[in-house]
Design a protein around this ligand. Sequence first.
Ligand code: S3P
Length: 440
Amino acid sequence: MSDFIVINKKINPFKKKILVSGDKSISIRWVLFSSLSNGISTAKNLLISEDVIAAINAIKKLGIKVKINNGVCKIFGKGMNGYNYKKNLTINAQNSGTLGRLLAGLLINTPYKIKIIGDKSLSSRDFKRISEPLSKFGAKFSLKKEKYLPLTIQGGSNLKAINYKEKRGSAQCKSSVIFGGMRSNGITKITAKKSRNHTEVLCKYLKLPIKINNKKNYDEIKVNKVKFIKPLKNYNIPSDISSSAFFIVLTALSNNSELIIKNVNVNSSRIGIITILKKMGIKIKFQNLRTYKGEKISDIKVKSPKFIKPVNCPSSLNSGAIDEFLIIFLVAAKANGISYFKKLSELNQKESPRLKWGKYILEKMGIKTITTEDSIKIFGNPGLKVNKNITIKNYLKDHRVFMTSVIAALVFGGNWKLHDKSSINTSFPNFLKIIDQIKK
Ligand code: S3P
């Protein structure tokens, strides 16, 4: 079957209400925490995408029963020490950095060797960033070229708490060490640059022995050994702001359009895109804001603006928008001036080197950019119209490169051939169906 789509028609003005699928970060964490809990956890609106299915397959391999029926996922947790598996287990984290890195923390007490592998994209990503701190607990790791998957964990039995400074603003590194701390004797002390805090929110909701002290630019986290986790029952996973981002930008770049996205997770550590787009003059409102099991949820209303302002994006917003920069760059392409995004080296550590891909897509559309190793200047053109053939094929099959290109094709025109349609299955299998709903 062909794995590309062709788009050669701009989208008409629309006024719609949509619901996007469950949050990927929360879904993976719900699966992992449930696998460690004492009893049956249940969730609705769990994201059923390849990354989350990889998490479910991982805990199944560790001896945990999982059932999915009528949109409800049930996980039969057996407690902190309930994993049961044979020697020489291999777990495939596929495309998911979150799964691979969090699992490594969770498995530091394994009595047998466990190998973690991944797809081509994940195998090109840095795993030393977690093996280094995790080995200080007393577990042994071996990695390809000391940095890459396959990674083998030989757990320790007498694990001791560590002190760890997380300087990148990586929630995956922070969470991996939190899991390590939950398995170790003593108090693990983490000083972490701000990043998404879903792991901490779940720990607090579950009343686990973890203390968090939020400072202005960083967080202090103290983790004690965890003996018991109650099941996460009746958990309704909120919708993903990173998936919503594509439609927020579709509306921002369309004419006379309006969109409401229901039930979106608007955790303050995830809404960098909203702050950045508001600075650029996009009209965005939160409606019906509420708190659910420690997470903030809201409906998001977006209207297309009359014109778009350029932004000099403060780097303090980077971590809260880290998965959204490709799509934000499209907004900068239509701004009335030069936008500047800096200190973005982490963007080249994602499923593909996204700073480079951002530049590539913009230049194909005829937008001038100046990039360094970690920054991009985008010379916006409010009258931008694309009148040519553009082909996008990302050799690492990055889902966000594909979805960003679809939005570009729908708002700027031209004749686009977009490869690797199936990459959406990683995070957002419904993406093209929702595009069709909006078009109708
Ligand atoms: C994630 C953290 C982010 C993000 C990724 C999901 C998570 O990665 O890019 O898509 O669920 O913890 P880093 O923590 O490496 O920045």
